[in-house]
Design a protein around this ligand. Sequence first.
Ligand code: ARG
Ligand code: ZN
Length: 843
Amino acid sequence: KTIYLKDYTPFGFTVESVHLTFDLAPRATRVIAKIEFAPNPERTDKTFFLHGEELKLKWAKIDGTEVSPVVTDDGLRCDVPDGPFTWECEVEISPETNTALEGLYMSNGMYCTQCEAEGFRKITYYPDRPDVMSTFTVRIEGDEPVKLSNGNPTGSGDGWAEWHDPWPKPAYLFALVAGNLVNHPDSFTTMSGKDVELNIWVRPGDEHKCAFGMEALKKSMRWDEEVYGREYDLDIFNIVAVDDFNMGAMENKGLNVFNSSCVLASPETSTDDNFERIEAIIAHEYFHNWTGNRITCRDWFQLCLKEGLTVFRDAQFTADMRGEPVKRIHDVIDLRARQFPEDQGPLSHPVRPESFQEINNFYTATVYEKGAEVIGMLKSLVGDEAYYKALDLYFDRQDGQACTIEDWLKVFEDVTGRDLSQFKLWYSQSGTPRVSVADDWSDGTYTLTFKQHTPPTPGQEVKDPKVIPIAVGLLNPNGDEIVPTRMLEMTEAEQSFTFDGLASKPTPSILRGFSAPVVLERVVSREEQAFLLAHDTDPFNRWEANRTLTRNCLVNMITDDAEPDDAWLTGLEKVVRDDTLDPDYRQLMLSGPTQSELAQVLFEQGVTPDPDKIWDASERLRQHIANKWQGWLKDLADQMVVDAPYSPDAEQTGKRALSGALLSLISRLDGGAAAQERFDTADNMTLQLSALTHLIRAGRGDAALEAFYTQWRNDRLVMDKWFGIQVGMADPGVAVDVATALSQHEDFDWKNPNRFRAVMGGLAMNHAGFHRKDGAGYAFLADWLIRLDDKNPQTTARMCSVFQTWKRYDANRQALIREQLERIKAKPKLSRDTDEMVTRILG
Ligand code: ARG
Ligand code: ZN
C-alpha cells in the first residue's frame, strides 16, 4: 500500500497526556496505557483509529467502561464520545522474540526500544504519527537494576522507577531502557547556569570506552549554545550503548540510544575514523534536541526537515572541531559514493519524497546528505547573517510544533524578502543536475556560460531549471588569485556571467567548496588541471583537480591500456611532499576514486565497466606510484611517526592517515615487511588495523589475522572489523569464498546487524569480488538476504541497495543480478520493506 504526501489530513483527536506502565518480562511484558484524548478542532475526519502491530490486547476501557474495539493487523477502531475522554488498555508483547529490533526488544539481556519511524505501534495502541504530540509519564516495573525513560526521573523504589517528560513529543521519540548497566557520569552547566546530569550507560566491561563520547557530548552542548544559541532543556541527559541496533543512533528525548559501534571508543579498540565518526554522531543526536524534537516533522515526508538540517549542523560542528576543508572533502567523497548512485539510479527520489510504502526505506543518503547540501546552498545564497537570523526565527516561531518544509522555507522568505519557490525544487525534484561550462575571452572581459540539465528519474520525466549557487574564483597565468571567490547564482537553463577589467585570460576555479551537489561537466585540459593542482587557492578545488587527474589517468589505463600519467604524478608528488600542507589533506590527495566510482564514470562515458579491468588498473597504478616514489616514501613515513601518547585529535589523526597511505605503497615494494613490523609493535587500533590491511593485500595476512583474532575475540566491535576487513581486502577471485567461510564461522552472528553488515557490506565493497563474473557474489548475498528477511526486514532492505547500480554492467551480469532480485522478490512472506526495495530496483 502506497502512502502519498498529498493525502495528508490531521488526526481527529489531540492527546493531552500519556501514562504508561511497563511490567517487564522477556516473553510477556505487560503495557498498560492511560491516554487522555480530546477532539481536534482542526479535524476533517472523526474516525478513532489507533495503530498497533503484534500486540495482544487484554482489555480496553473508555472513561472507565470496558469497550470492544474492532482489531485488525495494523490497529484498532472504536466508537468514542463526542467530547474529551480517557482511553485505557493493556497489551502483552514479547521483547525477547522481537528480532526486527523495532519497538521494545532485547539485546544481550537488556531491554531497549527503537521507535522511529513507526515502532511505537509495536508497544501499545496509539496514533503513531509525528504530528500527534503529548507529554509522557512512564512507570517501569522489573528487577533490572537500571530503568530509564525520557525526561526527568520522578521517583524510584524497590522494583520500580518513574519518569516524566514535560516536553510534548511524538511517539517516535519515546524510549525505554532497562538492564544491568553501569554509567559513566559527568555534568554540564548550561549557558543560563542550569546543571545537567550526564550519563553514558553501558554493559559492565565497557566502562573504559565512555570517556571520549562524554567529551564529545559536552563539546556538542557548548557548541550548540555558542553557534545556534540552543540550550538543553531537561535536568538529565542519558546515552545508552546497545549492541543490536539497525541504524547508527536515535535521538529519543533525553535518552539517546546508540549502536554501541557509534559511541564506545578506546585507543586500543577504535580507529581514528571511529573516533571522528563517534564525535559526529553524538553531536548529531544531541543537536536533534532542537532540530527534530522541540521542532519535529508533521509527517514522514518531511523527514529531511530534521535530518538534512541536523546533518548540516553536525558537519559544521566537525568542521569547527577538526578543520573545514578536510571535512568538506570527506563529505563530498561520501556524497558521491552513496548519494550520487542513488540519485542517478532506480532508487532516485526527491529530498522530500512524495510517496512511499515503507518509510524505513527512506532514511537515505538523499534525505540525509543531499538534504544537508540543500541547507548549505540556502546558507550560501542568503549569507551567514541572514541564515542565523532565519534560524532564530525558526526556533522561535515553530517551537513545540510538527512542521513542514514550507514552514522552514517561510522563515527564510520572511527574513530575507526572497521568493524561494524556485529554490524549493531542490526538495521536490530528484536527480543530480549536470552543469556544463563554456568560456569566452575578449577585450579584458571573461565570460562563463553555464548550462544545467537534470536527466529524467523514475516518475519524473521533465525537470525545471534549479537555483544553483556556483562559487567561482579566477587565477592569472602566474597562479595568483585575481578574482576571489564569488557566488554566482544560476537560475536559468543557460546563463552567462562576466568578469571585467582583466589583464590576461584567467584560469577559472569553478564550484569551489563543492557549492552545489551537481556533476560539473567541463572538459579541462590536463595542463589546466595540473595548473589548478599547483595553484588553486581553494583547497577543495585543488583536491578536486587532482581527483579528476587521477580518474582520467585510470580511465585511460582501463580503456586504452595507457601508461600512467607521469606528468600528473610529478605534480602530485609536490603536494604530497609539501610540509606546509596538513598531513590529512596530503593523504586525501593520495586517495583515488573507488572502483565503484570508476565503474560509474566509465558507464557515463558509454563504456561498459569491467570490474576485473578496473581492479587491474587500480592495482597497476598503485604499483607504478610505489616504484616511482620509492626513493622518499620511507623518509616521509618516518616523519609522520607520532611521538606523543595517543590522542584522536586532528593533528595526530592526520599524521597516522598519511603514514597509513604511505605504508600501503611501501608494502608494494617490500612485500609487507614494514607493515609486519608496524603490526607487531602497534599500540593503537589505527596503526594495527592499517598494518593488517596492508598485510592482507600483500598476501601475507594469515598469521596476523590469527593473532588479531586471539587478541580481540572477546571484543564484539573489534571482531566486526576482523570480519569486514578480510572480505573487503580479499583478492577479487576469492572474496566470495572468504565471505562464505566467514559466514560459517562460530562468531558469525547473522542476527546482529553490525556483524551481518561487516561481512555482507565488506563483500559489496570489494567491487571486483562482488561482481565476480559467474554471479557467485550475487547468489551468496541473495541467499542471506532471503534468510534475514524473516528476522529483520529493515537491515535486509537496506542491504538490497547494493544492487542499485546493476544497470551499469554488462548484459551477462545484469541477467545474473536480475535472477537474484527476482528470487528475493519471490520469497514467500517477503517483508514490505524488502519487497518495496527490490521492486524499485528492478524498475
Ligand atoms: N533519527 C535517527 C538519526 O538520524 C535515525 C533513526 C532511523 N531509524 C529507522 N528505523 N529508520 O539519528
Ligand atoms: Zn538524525
